[in-house]
Design a protein around this ligand. Structure first.
Ligand code: GRG
Length: 294
């Protein structure tokens, strides 16, 4: 499995479809559409679309049914980044190697660009074909659950409330599971659902997503300490600067790495329900995410 080729194919497929689905920069109101496209086409890793596409391949051998779901995940993720960078949230200047949305377009337009991307995500999801097990109502319910007040937005609130407080590992895990794991769960589950996953296959993908999501955020915490803004394309050291609890801060660097590794192993093992050639891509992605340096 050539992971670089796998990623580059997934990125190309997703970006071409995003370009078709998102309103053009010349469509009124042009400032809003420019702001939306500015952040979407700023060169993110496209991990969530990739996971969605490859979850579909694991189930049915084809990524096509999941393409619009993959786009929905990426625009929803981009909304969270724009809002997370706002002065009232993390107050960041750099994202995906560029000045943050509000730095370029102003706070009002940045908030609205995030809102519009969140809405567009559901419009994209409404274009995912139904199959014998799932329809648009199921896709919408899944994305709404994983990104609502009990999950993604809820995790962000716990994060805000935890700043400057000492947290237990369980409290930190609850924040990470809301902010990061929920959308990664949505990615693999929606990919599976679009490909008509059986209940057993969907349960396996859920375990993989739950484990990978937390491992992803633990590595994110580690990179915030060990990497550079040039490599990550975003500012670093913010967590320590605002006394935010992180995995390495709470349990130490070695234990944090060990937990990310153990979670990745658990996620990989769950994929045993898929034939070897169908699970190869998801296995390769899990290794790549564990060992990434950006
Ligand atoms: C509703 C005002 C309002 C705000 C909501 C929900 C939310 C803001 C923020 C979500 C929290 C968040 C940004 C979590 C971080 C998740 C994470 C690890 C982001 C980085 O993902 P990568 O590394 O980024 O995949 P790229 O740029 O590669 O796509």
């Amino acid at each position: 499995m050539d992971i670089k080729e796998l990623i580059s194919n997934g990125v190309k497929l997703t970006e071409a479809q995003l370009d078709k689905l998102l309103p053009g920069e010349d469509v009124a109101p042009t400032t809003l559409h420019k702001a939306m496209r500015y952040s979407v086409f700023a060169g993110g890793k496209r991990i969530r679309p990739l996971l969605c596409l490859e979850a579909a391949r694991a189930v049915c051998g084809d990524t096509t049914p999941a393409l619009n779901a993959a786009c929905a995940l990426e625009v929803l993720h981009t909304y969270t980044l724009i809002h997370d960078d706002l002065p009232s949230m993390d107050n960041d200047d750099l994202r995906r190697g560029r000045p943050t949305n509000h730095k370029v377009f102003g706070e009002g337009v940045a908030i609205l660009a995030g809102d519009a991307l969140l809405t567009e995500a559901f419009a994209m999801l409404a274009q995912v074909p139904a199959n014998e097990l799932y329809n648009v109502r199921d896709y919408v319910a899944e994305l709404a659950y994983q990104t609502g007040s009990r999950t993604l937005v809820g995790g962000q609130v716990l994060d805000l409330e935890g700043e400057g407080r000492s947290l237990s590992v369980d409290e930190l895990r609850a924040i990470h599971n809301g902010k990061t794991t929920a959308l990664i769960m949505a990615a693999v589950r929606l990919g599976g659902m679009a490909a008509a996953a059986s209940p057993e296959q969907l349960a396996a993908l859920s375990t993989y997503g739950r484990c990978l999501g937390l491992a992803f955020q633990i590595i994110d915490d580690i990179l915030d300490i060990t990497s550079t803004p040039e490599v990550l394309g975003k500012s670093i050291g913010k967590d320590a600067a605002v006394a935010k609890a992180t995995y390495p801060a709470l349990v130490g660097m070695d234990a944090a790495r060990a937990e990310a590794k153990a979670l990745t192993e658990e996620g990989r093992a769950a994929l045993d329900v898929f034939p070897a050639e169908r699970r190869a891509a998801l296995l390769a992605i899990s290794d790549y995410l564990l060992n990434r340096d950006y």
